[in-house]
Design a protein around this ligand. Sequence first.
Ligand SMILES: [Zn+2]
Length: 463
Amino acid sequence: MTIRIIQHAELLVTMDSTRREIRDGAVVIEDHQITWVGATAALPPQILARADQQINVRGRLVMPGMVNTHHHFYQTLTRVIPAAQDAVLFDWLKTLYPIWAELTPADVQVSTQLALTELLLSGCTTSSDHHYLWPNGSRLDDQFEAATTVGVRFHGARGSMSLGESQGGLPPDRVTEDEAAILHDCRRVVERYHDAERFAMRRVVLAPCSPFSVTAALMRESAALARSFGPAMNVHLHTHLAETKDEEAFCLERFGYRPGDYAELLDWTGDDVWHAHCVHLNPAEISRFAQTHTGIAHCPTSNMRLASGIALVRAMLDAGVPVGLGVDGSASNDSSHMLAEARQALLLQRVLGDPMAMKAREALALATLGGAMVLGRDDIGALAPGMAADIIAFDLTPIDYAGAAVHDPVAALIFCTPQKVDFAMVNGRLLVEDGQVLGVDLPQLAERHNQAARQLLVRAGVG
Ligand SMILES: [Zn+2]
């Protein structure tokens, strides 16, 4: 067993059940889990005597790694494409679908590596990714392989689209799949990759894309398949829901239901389900999501970027809906920065007119505990004995925090310009030290990714 001590944190933000914030704090890690949390001065001598490594983090704020609950990693290849910069969701999608149809397995791998590395540097130690089109032989396996090379905890959502244009759906037929093949592959990847144990580095999620790109039958069958593995397997369900007014109109016209009602009708509520966006849920739908503990991935930047609207997160939290944060796909953000997303969440709730609508510590709780809750995990999101050693640290000395961190370092993280982490550990493994990602040549990764991005547009005939 390896014992490591992180000590002398300027402030240790635990996010534990009493939300302790400890000056000159320390964390003891045995292999991949936390065994002790407290003040450095109170470290038990018998632990100090057995420690293999002591890591000093003076001047740093130490906190649990953040949890990203919604993303589409492949979209890092199509950020800020001029034709999709100033469009609402449906037009944005119709512009990008033909480009995404050219994705290859190598594109999926390099974009997964890039997005996870970018997320890691922003303080994310667990991420879900919703990948829903699989052209040219690409598979979820490509993502799991790439995620392993980065070391971030990964919940791969096996997405799908089956309702093409010819059937009244939004995507072109050529990026859709046969429903029997989708369900067959979903079962395969759960059996191959899903780890239901605590401290799991890999989980699989079943994730039909959205009401306007899959049939009701596929939604129902995906839910039934996920639940057929049994509650102990904890296979979760994820989709996009109530993102735009256009989607609401589509659902009313095609199905005769509002999106929230439609989800309920299809058995897509419960503590094993989380929906991205939910910008346009009405109070009755919010109340039913609360009663059923149906989770939400709030994606404020994307909602602003695509002019989708403002999700009523204050009302959701007051009602008891589990809410996590998602940076969303990189073609509608256009970055993968968890701390920036927490800041956007705070600011966007206040736009409705209430300066109390979200506070800094609430935004940070959404990014940690909230994300853990919607992903169905009790081992991440807080620093406490028995939790996973997913730990990040921000240097409080840069100019961006000057005059702020001295008053309230926790609030400074959220209110000031978002910074990158100085230190990050996932499952007890050190991944970022002194602001550098260990073992990764970042300029080389960015260049490989840029080449893939250029070639993707050439193949699509728009480069
Ligand atoms: Zn999305």
